[in-house]
Design a protein around this ligand. Structure first.
Ligand code: GLN
Length: 482
């Protein structure tokens, strides 16, 4: 069945003319109609516009005729962009984000908006103003977050691939919990022009795919310097598929002792340790390393990310975009009412925290100090990468939890990102890929393996991920939805 294909497999079918882009799109739409009422991964789709694009798609292009799902935080001209927030209800994007114009130039069809935590703040997609997304492996569980919709639609074969954004783990963690491949590129690798900003020193856009090769293909399309985003770096963009298939002789993988801790679910720990043994069998050398400032990562992140969010979200004032309060006595009252009505509780909590840590008197005690510790965290990675080629660890300390289970405990929710956050603080790249299952309540729940790579060494990272993927069967497992 067509929707079950990877991007690479679909391309082969399109290029041999076994199927047309329109047939592929129609098959996908039928699959969505069958399973999305249970999964609820999509917020919106414009099938008619996608069908028009499919009719003229050039299948000789790198992603010619391939429909791609887009997290609802990335602007696609003419489509809604709500960031899963009431404050952007009814907003239609006036332009394409750079990743979208690049996908289109590569022949892809940005098709459908996926659900997320409001403004990408969360780890479960429960913070969406438009309902929760369900994990395809167990519909009573969360898909992870904040890009939970993107992960779920790829895992449920309702998308061949998707884009998400990752500020503290929002691509890797949902990919782990849904059993797909999620890549956070190095800071500066991919332009954020047209991505609604959450925390500008941490945000990156990246792909969700069914295979490592597909991840490389999408990264090929979206990478590179962009004059519209001065934080995108002028680093050369290699062909990220070029190293796939090379062996792992001489590769050193670092096992950070701070990431193998008692709080991790025993089944997650066991699956990751098995993956490490598999890497040894593939010829990699495992080296114990230390990232000594790991304990501070979550605390530092929640100071820096909230500070930047409070500044970035100031633009939602009820005048320029989306929701506008009906009646207001004066301008300040208008701002207050609009934001009170438009933002959900988690977003308000972050804005208040961020405003507090930036306020005079507290700036030095919190924000400035957090920036200094961030430098130490980054240094930990620089030191580690002098000894090893990549770092290996779990992506998430536990498999997907039940919807509603953590809702009244924000601190516990924040700890879900304990293994992913430092990667963003350091600006390095990371990928999560399936490495097994945990058996919980008679259900199989995916477990993710995280590999962390040197800045701008995504080629090497994907090579290491690919070797493991190809030596196991995990990426072929599919959920039975229902
Ligand atoms: N879960 C983290 C948070 O809530 C990370 C989110 C993200 O990467 N966008 O901030």
């Amino acid at each position: 069945m067509l929707p079950f294909l990877s991007v690479s497999e679909l391309q082969a079918q399109l290029r041999s003319k076994a199927v047309s882009p329109l047939e592929a799109l129609e098959a996908l739409e039928a699959r969505i109609a069958a399973v999305d009422p249970s999964v609820a991964g999509y917020l919106n789709r414009d099938f008619a516009a996608a069908a028009e694009a499919a009719k003229t798609a050039d299948v000789t292009l790198p992603l010619g005729g391939v429909p791609i799902a887009i997290k609802d935080v990335i602007n696609v001209k003419g489509q809604p962009c709500t960031c899963a927030s009431k404050i952007l209800e009814g907003f239609i994007s006036p332009y394409d984000a750079t990743v979208i114009s690049r996908l289109k130039a590569a022949g892809a069809i940005p098709f459908g908006r996926t659900n997320m935590d409001e403004f990408a703040m969360g780890s479960s997609t429960e913070n969406s103003a438009y309902g929760v997304t369900h994990n395809p492996w167990d519909l009573s569980r969360i898909p992870g977050g904040s890009s939970g919709g993107s992960a779920a639609v790829v895992a449920a074969d309702e998308a061949f691939a998707a884009l998400g954004s990752d500020t503290g783990g929002s691509i890797r963690q949902p990919a782990a919990l849904c059993g797909c491949v999620g890549l956070k590129p190095s800071y500066g690798r991919v332009s954020r022009f047209g991505l609604v900003a959450f925390a500008s020193s941490l945000d990156q856009i990246g792909p969700f795919t069914k295979t490592v090769r597909d991840s490389a293909l999408l990264l090929n399309a979206i990478s590179g310097h962009d004059s519209l985003d001065s934080t995108s770096l002028k680093e050369p963009v290699p062909d990220f598929t070029a190293q796939l298939g090379q062996d792992l002789k001489g590769i050193k993988l670092g096992l950070p002792k701070e990431y193998f801790i008692p709080g991790t679910d025993p089944q997650v720990d066991a699956a990751v340790r098995k993956a490490i043994a598999q890497y040894e069998a593939l010829g990699a050398e495992i080296v114990e390393i230390s990232l000594p400032h790991t304990d501070y990562a979550v605390g530092v992140y929640y100071i820096i990310a909230t500070a930047e969010a409070s500044a970035n979200l100031a633009r939602f004032d009820g005048i320029r975009y989306g929701h506008r309060a009906a009646e207001a006595a004066n301008l300040l009252d208008h701002y207050g009412k609009t934001r009170e009505e438009g933002f959900g509780p988690e977003v308000k909590r972050r804005i208040i925290l961020g405003t507090y840590v930036l306020s005079s008197g507290y700036y030095d005690a919190y924000y400035l100090r957090a920036q200094k510790v961030r430098t130490l965290i980054r240094q930990d990675f620089t030191n580690a990468f002098e000894k090893v080629d990549a770092i290996i660890c779990p992506t998430s300390p536990e498999p997907a939890f039940k919807i509603g289970d953590r809702s009244d405990d924000p601190l516990r929710m924040y700890l879900a990102d304990i293994f992913t956050i430092a990667v963003n603080l350091a600006g390095v790249c990371g990928v999560s890929l399936p490495c097994g299952f945990a058996q919980v309540d008679q259900r199989s729940l995916p477990v993710g393996l995280q590999l962390i790579g040197k800045p701008f060494q995504e080629s090497e990272l994907l090579k290491i991920a690919h070797a493991y993927e190809q030596s196991t069967e995990w990426h072929k497992a599919r959920p039975t939805i229902g």
